[in-house]
Design a protein around this ligand. Structure first.
Ligand code: SAH
Length: 545
């Protein structure tokens, strides 16, 4: 039994245009062999354990030859029995995607395969520029044509095709066809193509549009006519990938162009939060036009049960790994009056453990609940729990100080007012800010945070090409500089990794502590006024406006 190969169309760029079937396969793929035009967000959807093979560009910046790709697919299928091998291609695999060649190779090798069509750029990119490829009364057909150099140059100038050159363009037929002409891969040859079409009788006034990087945050439309096509490409520096569309329908784009230039259009931002927490900010930045590369710096793991750490034992040390946990710990919840949560992870982990141990929220009846900030407060509300205490400044220090006011300062007169027992629910890397302010408090470690130790190559390259990086914690900064500099030449000579060695250098930080750490590592910093995502997003928009 060999592995099965799926030839999947990734669509034109906007990750929302990937099909459900495509996504389903990418999420479970063991190998993903992908092309240059596939968007980073789609690569980010692939099974994180998948082997990622970039055949669009190899280390020496050479494209892998088609024959080698064909062989590679067969090889993976034969070497990995029952594996899912995704061959991910831009647009649709059968529209100038050489998917047919790959499928033939698989048939010859007896490898099972499936075709997952994609949305072709030929139609969707014009649609994103407000140009319908057909329109009643204007165009009753549309033609998708390769403008690839080899095919075009091989075509005779006369427009008459000799039998043996059947693959080349028939300019005469194209010039006389009244439908919309859509050229893919044609930018480099467009001057030549336009000249040939006019020589063969096509009206020089035919409207033409070039749509560059369509459906992505970098989309641009440039209008011309057949007569001015070549010059316009040079003047406007139109670059690949771009679609050229010719015909009366192009005029409709002037009224129907619907894709707005957004505040963050054309910006590539790295979000370093853990995937689950990142989705909120990613969605917001994407809606504002940015291309977001999610690069979590930490992986959090809920412990099986809380690990009890009396504050005195800690003495400023952080337990790196947790051992010796026991589920009977929940029996002692009765001893506490106040439960303090310092993160969303803390909330989620605590309830996961609680439910797994067979309890439910009734165990919290009568207890006071404290949260470090609004996001944690909102998470608690999802479990039906309202907070009694939230500090003004949304920091551990603020929460520590607030809770300290509940504890009587001296024992005199305290007999009628028993000292409230405080339980801190934290991760293993929480610092001792709160335990110092609340020396009597007990700490339960409910989750572990493990730093991500390396980034896949495709992601590192993507990060390096970004405009800025978003940090929501000091540890994210620390880890970012650790995982990134490997790709920076000469970084070995620096005793500590510093942002001055790498790209991007601009950082958006949530909170002053994060800002200080980012500065320490050489980042330029822009910091939110409040420690909320809303405030940070506002700051990012302000920065780029
Ligand atoms: N199979 C692909 C086409 C591959 S040929 C599909 O169905 O879309 C590559 C050409 O597609 C590029 O040279 C360009 O002309 C076009 N193309 C692909 N993505 C594009 C995009 N986002 N914007 C503009 N043109 C694009």
């Amino acid at each position: 039994m060999s592995g099965k190969v799926y030839l999947i169309g990734a669509g034109p760029g906007d990750p929302g245009l990937l099909t459900l079937r495509g996504k389903e396969i990418l999420e479970k793929a063991d190998v993903v062999v992908y092309d240059r035009l596939v968007s980073l967000a789609i690569l980010g959807m692939c099974n994180p354990k998948a082997k990622m093979v970039d055949v669009g560009k190899m280390p020496q910046h050479h494209k892998v030859k088609q024959s080698e790709i064909n062989k590679l697919l067969v090889q993976f299928a034969c070497e990995m029995p029952s594996a899912t091998i995704a061959r991910l291609k831009g647009g649709d695999p059968f529209v100038f995607g050489r998917g047919g060649e790959e499928a033939l190779e698989l048939v010859n090798a007896g490898v099972e395969f499936e075709i997952v069509p994609g949305i072709t750029s030929a139609i969707s990119v014009p649609a994103y520029a407000g140009i319908p490829v057909s329109h009643r009364g204007i165009a009753t057909s549309f033609h998708i044509i390769t403008g690839h150099e080899r095919d075009v140059i091989a075509a005779p100038v006369s427009g008459v095709i000799p039998a043996q050159a059947g693959i080349s363009l028939d300019f005469k037929a194209l010039a006389h066809c009244s439908g919309t002409l859509i050229f893919l891969m044609g930018i480099a040859n467009m001057d030549f193509i336009a000249q040939r079409l006019m020589e063969c009788g096509k009206d020089p006034k035919t409207p033409v549009a070039f749509i560059e990087k369509g459906t992505t945050p970098y989309q641009r439309t440039v209008m011309a006519t057949l007569a001015t096509a070549g010059k316009t490409i040079v003047r406007e520096k139109v670059t690949a990938p771009a679609i050229t569309i010719m015909g009366g329908v192009v005029e409709l784009g002037k009224s129907l162009a619907w894709k707005k230039n957004l505040p963050l259009s054309g910006k590539r931002l790295v979000v370093t939060r853990a995937a689950k927490q990142a989705s909120g900010i990613t969605a917001r930045l994407t809606a504002l036009g940015a291309e977001v590369i999610e690069t979590p710096m930490i992986e959090t793991r809920t412990l099986e049960c809380p690990c009890v750490i009396p504050a005195v034992i800690l003495e400023g040390r952080r337990p790196d790994r947790i051992t010796g946990i026991s589920s009977s710990v929940f029996d002692s919840l009765a001893d506490f009056d106040v439960l303090a949560f310092t993160s969303v992870n803390g909330v989620e982990s605590f309830f996961k453990q609680l439910f797994a141990a067979g309890y439910d929220v009734r165990i919290l009846a009568g207890k006071k609940i404290a949260s470090v900030g609004k996001i944690t407060e909102k998470k608690l509300l999802e479990y039906g729990i309202r907070c009694d205490y939230v500090p003004e400044d949304h920091t551990g220090e603020g929460l520590g100080k607030l809770l300290a006011t509940l504890v009587p300062q001296s024992t005199e007169g305290a007999t009628s007012n028993p000292i409230p027992q405080i339980l801190l629910l934290q991760g293993n890397l929480a610092d001792d800010t709160m335990t110092k302010l609340l020396p009597q408090a007990t700490r339960w470690v409910v989750y572990e945070t493990l730093p991500v130790s390396e980034l896949p190559e495709w992601k590192r390259e993507a990060v390096e090409s970004a405009d800025a990086v978003v940090f929501a914690s000091s540890s994210a900064v620390e880890n970012f500089v650790k995982v990134m500099p490997q790709s920076v030449e000469g970084s070995d000579s620096y005793p500590e990794p510093r942002a001055s060695n790498l790209n991007p250098r601009t950082s958006f930080c949530i909170g002053r502590l994060t800002e200080a750490t980012a500065r320490k590592h050489g980042f330029e910093t822009v910091t939110s006024d409040e420690t909320t995502m809303d405030s940070l997003v506002k700051k990012i928009v302000e920065y780029y406006s």
